[in-house]
Ligand binder design. Structure first.
Ligand SMILES: Cc1ncc(COP(=O)(O)O)c(C=O)c1O
Length: 457
């Protein structure tokens, strides 16, 4: 397995050919979903005592397995938060794999970590956080949110011994991403919700805090605001919320996993004012900074607090912390020990293209949302649920039931035409099923949007 022979060399060529074709493709298809049973029938037994051979396995991948995936970078994949990694970043992801770098400690990964840090400096500069603020790349927004919450909780515990036995409490809004609730579960904290899926304003947060019992107020250690909600692209009142957190001595975390890329866009940067008051921020380069999966980031106003919370101890790790191994150790600032230098594809793409190209590509996503808004207003059978926000557009097909949306999604997916999924929007006490676009990919065209809308006729 670890020897080089002619078979391996040929396999390398085949794999390179496959990746070159894929990277340079402009016509990849939206795959058709299949059940595990159907896939098994198509490919048979692949993991056997003697192996089926690389050539055969690659053939199965190309012929059957790849076709059952939806490429996240398809221009008509507008579901969830899609992605559109740059070709430069995808290519360099291959280099990351081929280079076998351990990205936990400087001692082993100095060259890779240096590059990650160069990319990180740019991201941190977008936030306006003061000097000293810094971050690390994580496996995604969920891991970044968890790393930030653990840091906040450990800091709160360090302030008062009684906090060590208290169950923590976090306030966020119902517009916050599901990972905030899940990660609160991981740290065994309770979550209290400001009852809005729309923008969370400072006064609503203050009322929530003021209504707490004395005991619950003691349990409260953090507020999570969102810089671009997943469902609708809404940015909370970051400035007002930041000021409350400062006055109330609460950790202020901004989850900008999706919206963070828009910090690079001059046209909407002002909407994020107040983000510079944050104690920690989540931004996912694998969403709107055009990195391949997986690449999230967590940034701290005071990284030393994260280090206190996350640095792992073990006699086998001592050498990495020795003077002789001096350098920045990404593992100390988030939950993971062994890590891929997953910020490296972003670094290469930034170095190749420059940050202006990133601004342009993000602006295009914002523009596509406005274009979609206009098209929706022009067509009599659809209407906007709310004005487009960042690159999210919520709209309804007049007269449709929830089942109609589901059926339409399956039909378009099954045809390999588009992936646009329904969501729910809360007005008052009721939830309405609506359709949602999220634009990330600058290759999406007005014609794509028009065709998708017309398929609802
Ligand atoms: C606002 C927000 N936070 C967190 C996440 C979770 O990020 P990930 O899927 O990278 O773990 C998402 C994902 O869509 C998100 O939109």
């Amino acid at each position: 397995m670890h020897k080089i022979d002619i078979e391996l060399v040929e396999m390398t060529m085949d794999i390179m050919k496959y990746t070159i074709d894929r990277i340079s493709s402009t016509k990849h298809k939206i795959g058709k979903p299949k059940t595990a049973e159907e896939l098994k029938k198509l490919v048979g037994e692949t993991v056997t005592e003697k192996g089926v051979g690389g050539e055969h396995a690659l053939k199965l991948w190309k012929k059957h397995l790849m076709k059952a995936n939806v490429p996240i970078d398809h221009p008509r994949n507008l579901a969830f938060v899609p992605a559109a990694p740059t070709r430069a970043a995808v290519m360099f992801d291959l280099v990351v794999s081929a280079s076998s770098i351990h990205g936990a400690y400087w001692m082993e990964g100095a060259g890779g970590i240096f590059c990650e840090n160069e990319a990180m400096k740019w991201i941190v500069s977008l936030t306006g956080l003061p000097k000293g603020a810094f971050g690390v790349f994580t496996s995604g927004g969920t891991a970044a949110n968890l790393s930030a919450i653990v840091t906040a909780r450990e800091y709160w515990r360090s302030l008062d011994d009684d906090n060590k036995t208290r169950k923590g409490l976090i306030i966020t809004s119902i517009g916050a991403h599901s990972s905030v609730k899940s990660m609160a579960k991981v740290v065994d904290a309770d979550v209290l919700f400001v009852d809005t899926e729309d923008k969370m304003y400072a006064d609503a947060l203050q009322s929530k805090i003021d209504a707490l019992t004395i005991d619950d107020r003691k349990r409260l250690f953090a507020v999570v605001a969102t810089g671009g909600t997943t469902n609708a692209g809404i940015i909370d009142d970051l400035s007002g919320i930041g000021s409350i957190c400062e006055n109330e001595h609460l950790w202020f975390h901004v989850d900008a996993a999706y919206g963070g890329g828009a910090l690079a866009a001059d046209s909407v940067r002002h909407l994020f004012n107040g983000i510079e008051k944050a104690d920690s921020i989540t931004i996912d380069p694998h969403k709107w900074m055009f990195s391949p999966y997986d690449c999230g980031a967590v940034i701290y106003r005071k990284p030393e607090l994260a280090k206190k919370a996350h640095a792992q101890e073990g006699s086998y790790l001592d050498i990495f912390k020795d003077e002789g191994a001096h350098g920045f150790n990404p593992t100390d600032y988030q939950i993971q020990l062994t890590r891929r230098v997953r910020g490296l594809p972003l670094w290469f793409s930034l170095a190749m293209h420059g940050t202006d190209k990133y601004k342009e590509a993000v602006e295009r996503g914002l523009e596509l949302a406005q274009i979609a808004g206009k098209l929706i207003e022009e067509k009599p059978f659809v209407e906007l649920v709310r004005a487009p926000s960042l690159s999210c557009v919520l709209y309804r097909r007049i007269g449709w039931s929830p089942e109609d949306y589901t059926h339409w999604t399956y039909e378009n997916h099954g045809k390999g035409f588009a992936l646009v999924t329904p969501t729910k929007w809360k007005t008052g006490d009721s939830f309405e099923t609506v359709s949602r676009f999220c634009f990330i990919n600058p290759d999406t065209t007005e014609e794509d949007i028009d065709m998708i809308l017309d398929s609802m006729k």
